[in-house]
Design a protein around this ligand. Structure first.
Ligand code: WQD
Length: 340
């Protein structure tokens, strides 16, 4: 029995948050979004409303502001939180570590503090495959060891996982699921919402789509001398709608009272390694558009290969990645073209 199908989505105007809000609504949840728009646009709310034909309560609040966030908890009767609100630029986190520790840790601790204070039960935390670092064995399972983080960003993901684990152990009310995402890509098939990077994109697919659109001259492929089939890095690219649906599955498990432990962890990936060069070529082929590219030096901090063993999420959450990579790359291009 679902007792309270209302959920607070922090960072709900961001790339993953916005797609998750749509899938939650499609699954019958009512959604409240809190976001300070530090790396997103208010128009995303309109997009979610257009796709779902629903009015979305939106709170323009910084989750680091405990007092303002308490107001959100006072005004809305949700039992669950999905916490996305965080900074995510790996390189920037190296040059501005305190900005990352301050923002990513405080915002999550505020959420947990208020959940305890208001007796709210369930939280899904947005973690990352980055916690596995340069894994000794592939694919990685949830049992694979976490490696020391190579950036403050990655460290905040590990620290937040630990904070969540400790809170679930200590506070009877708190139940948590950490989802470790692999590489989220794509856009909503309607092209009404998608990824909106500010400035020069750090991530591969937004750089590809901007290069295809002529906004960037050429894509640099960082390294072709890795010990991989074609020398470029291997990653596990997960469609954004599939990823969004993993959150719904996690929340269903929590609200249905099916958790075996108070804190659980799931990989969210396809299990299929794809090389950078393969992804570029595939994008060109399915969209019929050239992506000028050249090989350059390796990027510091990149691991050669990482991909998921998603068996646990498949079996326990009943979730599986279903979207075809070609369709994902078509959606990414359609979204880029819609921005023109
Ligand atoms: C993918 C591959 C690059 C850009 C990071 C974070 C992770 C998660 C997602 C953040 C790599 C190559 C990229 C380019 C390239 N969180 N590349 N040219 O590094 O796997 O993961 O983003 O929000 O925690 O670590 O993703 O998209 O940056 O790179 O050749 O211009 O593409 O070297 O092999 P990454 P990415």
């Amino acid at each position: 029995m679902k007792t309270n199908k209302s959920v607070l989505v922090s960072g709900g105007t961001g790339f993953i948050g916005s797609h998750t809000a749509v899938e939650l609504i499609n699954a019958g949840y009512s959604v409240v979004i809190v976001d300070n728009l530090s790396n997103s646009e208010a128009t995303v709310i309109d997009g979610i409303e257009r796709i779902t034909s629903q009015k979305i309560p939106f709170e323009n609040v910084d989750t680091c502001d405990l007092k303002a966030l308490r107001g959100v908890f006072e005004r809305h009767d949700f039992d669950s939180v999905i916490h996305f609100a965080a900074f995510k630029a790996v390189g920037e986190s190296v040059s501005e570590p305190l900005k990352y520790y301050q923002n990513n840790l405080v915002s999550f601790m505020n959420i947990l503090e208020l959940m305890k204070e208001f007796g709210r039960h369930n939280v899904v935390f947005s973690s990352s495959a980055t916690v596995y670092g340069d894994a000794d064995e592939l694919p990685v399972t949830e049992q694979s060891p976490r490696k020391p983080a190579t950036s403050p960003y990655g460290n905040t993901k590990q620290m937040c996982e630990d904070i969540l684990r400790d809170c679930c152990a200590a506070y009877p009310v708190t139940h948590g699921i950490a989802l470790r995402y692999f590489n989220p890509i794509g856009a909503h098939p309607t092209a009404i919402i998608g990824e909106l990077p500010r400035g020069v994109p750090n991530n591969l697919v937004p750089f590809i789509t901007q290069t295809a659109a002529g906004i960037r001259k050429e894509l640099s492929i960082f390294g072709n001398d890795y010990d991989t089939p074609d020398g470029t890095c291997l990653r596990d690219y997960i469609d954004i709608v599939d990823l969004a649906r993993a959150h719904v599955a996690a929340l269903d498990r929590m609200t249905d009272g099916k958790m075996q432990q108070k804190y659980e962890i799931f990989n969210v990936g396809t299990g299929r390694p794809v090389s950078v060069l393969e992804l570029v070529k595939r994008f060109e082929r399915v969209n019929g558009v050239p992506v000028p590219h050249r090989f350059t030096a390796r990027r510091e901090g990149d691991v050669p290969s990482v991909y998921a063993d998603p068996t646990l999420a498949n079996e326990v959450l009943g979730w599986k990645a279903t979207r075809d990579l070609d369709d994902t790359l078509r959606a990414a291009w359609k979204w880029q073209q819609s921005l023109a």
